[in-house]
Design a binder for this molecule. Sequence first.
Ligand code: FAD
Length: 313
Amino acid sequence: MSYVLVVSEVRKNLFEERNLDSIGLSALLGREAVLLVPEGAQGVNESLVDKILKVRAGDDLFSNPLNLVDILESVFGALGKPDFIVFTHSASGTEAAAYAAGNFSFPIITDVSGFDKEAGTFSKSYYSDKIFGGFRPVPAGTCVLTVRSGSFKDNASEKASAATTSTMDAPPAHEGRTFLEYVEEERAAVDITKAEFLVSVGRGIGSKDEVPKYEELAKAVRGVLSCSRPVVDKLWLPKERQVSTSGKTVKPKVYLAMGISGAFQHIAGMKDADCIIAVNKDPEAPIFQYAHFGIVGDVHKLRDKLIEMAKGS
Ligand SMILES: Cc1cc2nc3c(=O)[nH]c(=O)nc-3n(C[C@H](O)[C@H](O)[C@H](O)COP(=O)(O)OP(=O)(O)OC[C@H]3O[C@@H](n4cnc5c(N)ncnc54)[C@H](O)[C@@H]3O)c2cc1C
């Protein structure tokens, strides 16, 4: 049987939204789509795939990749090996995918964000979307894929008939690694992803002593203070304020970049802001290539002027 096996990610018994990207990609591959899901999972839309294979296992198939490898072995025994096994490109999804690929010696393509049906190539990005590479799996055998969140969910569409469902027992669990509990991340005091106006500070502000003045500016323009990574590394501001690759992706109406050079790791997380205004003393700073408005000058002088203007209005 020629099929795609979608290994679902489930947390606290809830089917994760990001599985829709795996299902969406499977729909483009022109084969039967079989969804592997823990038996108790809630929120599974059963009309998006051809077959659902429920496993009597814990709620998270990824929590111990050794157990998952045994489950896959059982699936292969029942259905044969699939042409593709699709995982989410999450922290746990990539770990499980790597275990599966390593264990069965399957090739793997990670962080897939595009598929060219005609050429049969999967694409993935490098250097924060600066360049893309195309990969074609070897024609025979099984290929493991991990899918970037948000890339294919629009391709997940209802099938003409509901999926057939079967249930299988999970093989005995491996010892040595046991799921204990979910630990919730502490809620951040501010959410920079929700702000419409971000005043973002970089290393160019010079020192931690300057931060309160930029907070004052953010308040004066009814905005929120965010920053580049060095500002977090130097402990001038907490991590929750960091924009980009290893921070948060933001899309405010206005992004005022103060003393930020415009390294691609930073740009990747703010380039889609509606209006980017950059202030930098270096006219060659890369940030100016992305800014709608650029001001070459000293950040502190401009900051003080803006506070004065905002308070005066
Ligand atoms: C794996 C990895 C992940 C990373 N993730 C991130 C990330 O998520 N977010 C991020 O931001 N970075 C990230 N980085 C770091 C990134 O490469 C840059 O080093 C960083 O963005 C630079 O921060 P900056 O612009 O504040 O500092 P700098 O590059 O040092 O720039 C400071 C700028 O301030 C200007 N300046 C100095 N004084 C003044 C003044 N008085 N008036 C006006 N302008 C002035 C300078 O001309 C300069 O352009 C990552 C790096 C790696 C390797």
